[in-house]
Design a protein around this ligand. Structure first.
Ligand code: NAP
Length: 250
C-alpha cells in the first residue's frame, strides 16, 4: 500500500485556477484525487489538466472575499463529487503599502479573504468530516506566519493568524480524525510575487537570501500537499511546514 495514494479521495481547493493552487490541484490529482476547484475565476485550464490525468474535476464559482458562498461551496462539492475528504485553503490576496499609509479597505479585504473565509470554510467542511471521523485540512500560510515582512501589515496579520488557527483547529479536531496542518511557501514565482520580481533591487535581495539559490516554482509545493493530504501524515497535527528553499533557517 502506497501511503501517499489519494485514489477515491475528493479534494476541494480554493484559488486553483493559477499559481500554487493550480500546482496543488495537479499534484493531488496525480496522486489519485478528484478535484473541486473553487474560485472567482473559472479554473478551466486546471480542470482540463486534471481530467487529462483521468480524474474527475469540477469548477465551483465563488468569491471568497466574504463568507456568503460557503454553504453553496460545500453542498455543490458534496452533491457533485460525493463528499469532501481534503480541503486546501489556498486562495489569498496581498496588498502592499507603508504601514503609516495602509488603508482600512485594504486591511478588511486581506483579512476577510485570507483569514475569515479560511476559518468559516474550514468550519463548514469540518462538520462533515467529523461525521465521517476523518479528513485533511491544509492551509496555505506564508513566511509571514513567522516573520514581519515589509509593507504588508494586513497580510502578515492574516498569515500569522493562519498559523495560530492551524494549531487551534488541530487542538479541537485531531481526536475527531481530522488532520489540520499548513504549508508555508517561501518566495514562489506566481502573481502574488509579481511586484517583487519586477523590482530589480528587491528581487536580487530576496534571491541572495535564499539558501537554495533560486525562487520556488508552484510545483515545489505539490509534494508537501500530497503528504499532508495522505495517510502518510495521519499523526501530523497542527504543524506549519515551510517549503522555502531554506529561507527560515538563514
Ligand atoms: P496567485 O497566483 O495570486 O493566486 C491566488 C489565488 O487566490 C488565485 O486563484 C485567486 O483567484 C484566488 N483568490 C484571491 N482572491 C479571491 C477571492 N476573493 N475569491 C476567490 N478566489 C480568490 O498567488 P499564489 O502565490 O498562487 O497564492 C496562493 C496562496 O499562496 C495565497 O494564499 C498566498 O498568500 C500564498 N503564498 C504565496 C507565496 C508566493 O511566494 N507566491 C508565498 C507564501 C504564501 P484570481 O485568479 O481570480 O485572482
Amino acid at each position: 500500500m502506497n501511503p501517499f495514494d489519494l485514489s477515491g479521495q475528493v479534494a476541494v481547493i480554493t484559488g486553483a485556477n493559477t499559481g500554487i493552487g493550480q500546482a496543488i490541484a495537479l499534484a493531488l490529482a496525480q496522486a489519485g484525487a478528484d478535484i473541486a476547484a473553487v474560485g472567482r475565476t473559472p479554473a478551466t485550464e486546471t480542470i482540463g489538466q486534471v481530467q487529462a490525468l483521468g480524474r474527475r474535476a469540477i469548477n465551483i464559482a465563488a468569491d471568497l472575499s466574504s463568507t456568503a458562498p460557503i454553504a453553496q461551496v460545500v453542498s455543490q462539492a458534496e452533491s457533485q463529487l460525493g463528499g469532501i475528504d481534503i480541503l486546501v485553503n489556498n486562495a489569498g490576496i496581498i496588498r502592499r503599502a507603508d504601514a503609516v499609509e495602509f488603508s482600512e479597505a485594504d486591511w478588511d479585504a486581506v483579512v476577510d479573504t485570507n483569514l475569515k473565509t479560511l476559518f468559516f470554510l474550514s468550519q463548514a467542511v469540518a462538520r462533515g468530516m467529523i461525521g465521517k471521523g476523518r479528513g485533511k485540512i491544509i492551509h496555505i500560510a506564508s513566511l509571514l506566519s513567522f516573520q514581519g515582512g515589509i509593507r504588508v501589515p494586513a497580510y502578515t496579520a492574516a498569515k500569522s493568524g493562519v498559523a495560530g488557527l492551524t494549531k487551534a483547529m488541530a487542538n479541537e479536531w485531531s481526536a475527531k480524525g481530522i488532520n489540520v496542518n499548513a504549508i508555508a511557501p517561501g518566495y514562489i514565482e506566481t502573481n502574488n510575487t509579481e511586484a517583487l520580481r519586477a523590482d530589480p533591487v528587491r528581487s536580487r535581495q530576496i534571491l541572495e537570501r535564499i539558501p537554495a539559490g533560486r525562487w520556488g516554482a508552484p510545483s515545489d509545493i505539490g509534494g508537501a500537499a500530497v503528504f499532508l493530504a495522505s495517510r502518510a501524515s495521519d499523526y501530523v497535527h497542527g504543524h506549519v511546514l515551510p517549503v522555502d528553499g531554506g529561507w527560515l533557517g538563514r
